[in-house]
Design a protein. Structure first.
Length: 102
């Protein structure tokens, strides 16, 4: 199991094996999550713009000439981020009107 040592400044170097497996490179950020048992886990924060593909799909079908409003986009982003956060802490996402309509 890879290990790291905490420096006097509270810093660690993530072992090369872990960096490779997570695709981390210099300048990338990581998010830390507190587990139910009091421990912590982390995952890369940075991602590709391609990760946003399909983010608005739960708004339902729309006419090809329909551009979602800022409010629709804000609501869709908030819902997706909330679902992602709940998934990251192991809790099911609540039913929403968009999820029920699907």
């Amino acid at each position: 199991m890879p290990t790291a040592t905490v420096t006097s400044k509270g810093q660690i170097t993530i072992p090369v094996e872990v960096r490779r497996n997570l695709g981390l490179k210099a300048g990338d950020q990581v998010n830390f999550y507190k587990d139910e048992d009091g421990g912590y886990s982390f995952e890369p924060k940075t991602g590709s713009i391609m990760d946003l593909e399909g983010l608005l799909k739960h708004l339902g079908p729309s006419a090809p000439d329909h551009a979602p409003s800022i409010q629709e986009m804000d609501e869709a982003v908030l819902e997706a981020v909330s679902e992602d956060y709940l998934r990251s802490i192991g809790k099911p996402a609540p039913e929403t009107e968009h999820a029920q309509a699907s």
